[in-house]
Write a protein that binds this ligand. Structure first.
Ligand SMILES: [Zn+2]
Length: 438
């Protein structure tokens, strides 16, 4: 199958500024942001408590004097306590999905919406989107920022949108074929469901015109990219964002696909040790922290994302000079501590993708029956492996066992389950059931 070749195009000149010029621009915009957040009681109080005079914040070096913002701060000011403009200036609201209780509301002015669409246009262009393309958006539309964020980003590039929204996989595939869609936007786990459906039906790959896909909304692995690309014969690009910072558009991959370029003229990025809060060295994993530089409605200072990744400040072969972040390898919230070992669900996924005969659908269950942690991974077999002999199934289990131990350093019980028996996700996948909590 012939793969799509991405032309190397850069959307905005701000993506390739000399680093010194970028730092000066960030310093000037930081000053403006600090002035703007004086309208937010949380920041006004935090600044005066730490004796920070807003007029003394003049350059990037002053950033480290400013307080961090956490998810708890945002929850504590639900729904609109973080608003820095009058409510009449707000053009749209979104929210981040709260796993428990109330969501976190976020707000955008008309200018914020323009900025956001432009930031999405940057990474879409980086991943080969051209004005003549049609893009199917299979993200949820609603309070979630994914659907609307990408929708306006695609329109900003000048391409056409098919707002399919998430779910109804047969209809998604019908639209893709009938409309000869060029690009797909969704979560990587939903792309996997779409791909699986195509493989199980008698649809020929040549009936599709799909060239590239832009995935975000959840962490995924390089092995998963290889799998989807091989199955669908397309190029897949990773992008990153979170509603508290703006939504999708914080960063995304270029044609080189060696890290996601952060729009540093719009956000200052830091990577810190989540325990000591000190910066980690480039290339080292830590928690990402973002400060917005362009947002009017809800500017945010040093937001602790809980997302674990590393930064690369080396110039990229594509010509962009902006810092690149690695894939998010986990969330400091999602990290499981099993028998004292730190484990991320993404590591289990990585192990499974390396074993033939398993589908990348799994569920990790953790329990503590006799004050000892017990972890069980339920793994779906493929149709082919499902019909194997008992001996072959035992061998498959042993292989999975070794692969998981090799990557996590931990022994987990492996339970093989029949094809299509685990839940499929159209949004963010839920891969862990931890019964030790509560
Ligand atoms: Zn690049």
């Amino acid at each position: 199958m012939k793969k799509f070749v991405v032309e190397n195009r850069i959307w905005d000149k701000e993506e390739s500024l000399p680093r010194a010029e970028l730092a000066a621009l960030q310093g000037a915009k930081l000053k403006e942001t600090v002035a703007r957040v004086q309208n937010v009681p949380l920041y006004k109080e935090a600044f005066s408590k730490s004796g920070i005079a807003p007029e003394k914040i003049n350059s990037l070096d002053d950033l480290k004097r400013l307080p961090f913002t956490t998810k708890a701060d945002l929850r504590g000011h639900y729904p609109l306590g973080m608003l820095a403009v009058d409510r009449s200036e707000v053009a749209r609201y979104h929210a981040s999905s709260g796993t428990t209780g109330k969501p976190t509301m976020v707000a955008y002015t008309q200018n914020d919406l323009k900025t956001w669409a432009n930031l999405c246009a940057r990474f879409l262009t980086g991943g080969g989107l051209l004005p003549e393309h049609s893009v199917q958006i299979a993200f949820g539309y609603g309070l979630f920022t994914g659907g609307f964020g990408l929708h306006y980003g695609v329109e900003r590039v000048g391409a056409s949108v098919i707002p399919a929204a998430a779910g109804n996989t047969p209809k998604q595939i019908m639209l893709m074929m009938d409309m000869q869609v060029d690009a797909l936007v969704c979560t990587p786990s939903y792309a996997l469901s779409i791909s699986e459906f195509i493989l199980q039906s008698d649809i020929s790959r040549s009936a599709l015109n799909l060239k590239h896909a832009h995935f975000g909304g959840e962490p995924w692995t390089e092995d998963m990219r290889v799998r989807i690309e091989d199955e669908m014969g397309i190029l897949c690009f990773n992008n990153y964002g979170l509603s508290e910072v703006i939504g999708p558009g914080v960063s995304g991959e270029c044609a080189v696909r060696d890290g996601m370029h952060i729009s540093e003229d719009a956000f200052i990025v830091e990577c810190i040790n989540p325990e000591t809060l000190e910066p980690v060295a480039p290339g080292e994993e830590g928690e990402l922290v973002f400060t917005s530089l362009c947002k009017e409605a809800m500017p945010i200072i040093r937001y602790r994302t809980r997302d674990i990744a590393s930064l690369n400040l080396e110039p990229c072969a594509c010509g962009r000079t902006t810092a690149r972040m690695s894939r998010v390898t986990g969330r400091s919230d999602d990290m499981l501590i099993i028998k004292g070992v730190n484990v991320y669900p993404s590591q289990v996924e990585q192990a499974l993708l390396r074993v033939e005969g398993t589908a990348p659908h799994y569920l990790i269950e953790v329990d503590r029956p006799d004050r000892k942690d017990v972890a069980t991974v339920k793994v779906e077999m493929t149709e082919k492996s499902f019909s194997s002999s008992m001996k072959e199934l035992q061998e498959l289990k042993d292989k999975i066992d070794r692969a998981i131990q090799g990557i996590t350093g931990l022994r987990m019980n492996v339970e093989l389950v029949s094809p299509n028996s685990l839940e499929r996700f159209i949004g963010k996948a839920q891969r862990v059931v931890d019964r030790r909590r509560g």
